[in-house]
Design a protein around this ligand. Sequence first.
Ligand SMILES: *Cc1c(COP(=O)(O)O)cnc(C)c1O
Length: 393
Amino acid sequence: MPSSFTERLARELAELKAQDLRRQLRCVEKVSGTEIVVDGRTLLNFSSNDYLGLASHPALQEAALRAARDFGFGATASRLICGTTLEHVRLEEELAAAKQTEAALFFSTGYAASSGVLSILMDRGDVILLDKLAHASLVDGARQSKATLRIFRHNDLNQLEEQLQWARKKFPQGTILIVTESIFSMDGDAAPLPEIIALKERYGALLFLDEAHAIGVRGAPMKRMGGLAGEFSLADKIDLQMGTLGKAVGAAGGYLCGSRLMIDYLLHRARSFMFSTAPPAPVAAAARAGIAIINSEEGEELAKQLWNNITFFQKAMRQTSQPSSAILPLLVGQEKTALAVAQQLWDLGFYVPAIRYPTVARGGARLRITLSSAHTRDAIEQLVAATEKLIFS
Ligand SMILES: *Cc1c(COP(=O)(O)O)cnc(C)c1O
């Protein structure tokens, strides 16, 4: 590499450091439930999206082992060649049933599902309207699209309606796609789904809904794969329901659920699906086991336990707002302060990540606390005591 180039890389990293935006990978040496060992230290983990503790559930491990014996570990080719096993097919059937859609498509990751679909679905002369706080995978897909992109203020129905009116007038022949999350990944708040659907219907738009942090957590009892769409009985009004199997489901991979026509189209057009080796059959099998638990009495008990923990945390923090999810961020503002508090919590034995730009806006740094059904009350009490001392003193 020419030295001018290596100097450029080093300079950019130095600039990030000066702005408290340097990041580092932390190596987890061992996991046992909500305890993780990092750099030889045992920490209580309040950073994972394993909301129901399914990532270490024996049923998922056994399903993965069985599938590895039956199909091998690697899928060896893309889904459209020989990478689609019985595990993939069954998983897609079960996802479609849980989301009340005709069909489903399983991708290697949620990122691949969102970016792969949004980049190709809309064309020149169409419009994508995207919530300001939407996840990077949605932003990246929408930016790659040939459609015109407009960003509306977070959960702002008035501005969304203005943009719908504008789009209808400017592109009378075009298709309008609204893109948002049901539960926002860094704020933990919910989208006003019934109101967004009313607008979408009034203006004849389509809706793409990312339920990454809602499935397993929100939804009707025993049907929590349905997410917020299921909770409001609005699944049939949503054109594209997307999510990941790497969070509450405890496995990995992403999905897109919709009509049979939509799924058929995507498998001919979504390049992240077509030109990527299929996710391994053991991953699909583990996801199926996770979904089966979420649909069962056992899963419902876990979800209740999670909500008990969320309520307990809110009370202990003396927060009066009604929580929407298991994501309970403490806004700090300055990147430097967030890093310092995260480090102090670390020293006290808690892993709570400092979330900074570009994951959130500059000056919007926060400690992102996530709860799981597996956390004990004792652990939550300890965390609350520690954070109160650090943040409010
Ligand atoms: C995590 C996440 C994704 C990406 O899913 P992966 O399976 O992790 O790639 C997409 N959208 C949102 C809102 C997320 O939080």
